[in-house]
Design a protein. Sequence first.
Length: 130
Amino acid sequence: MTILDATTPEAETMTTDPWTRVCRVDDLLVERGAAALIDGRQIALFRTFDGRIYATDQIDPFSGAAVLSRGIVGDRAGVPTVASPMYKQVFDLRTGACLDTQGKEPLSVRVHPVAVTDGVVFVRISGDPR
């Protein structure tokens, strides 16, 4: 299994949390998001121009709407980002940190480890599923 999220510590991949098969890499369009439901939790998947795949919660923490997969994928100085389609806050896809709060208090979005095996994307959801 190849871990694609470089910010995920290698030791974290050895936990007992299960990996969930989500889709094939080829199902994800470059520079676009896709939504998925894993164990009752809405997530957003993003495939960047360099082939990396990232997973975040689908819920925009500023609006509470399930819209992040419809955000604008880009980068800031090499940092992969998604801009929420609601109020345009920009999130780092690696860490979930808000890079542009649009004048509001900073909130972050939860990110999830992603792995690819034989062209299939797996995501590991850990912690509280809400």
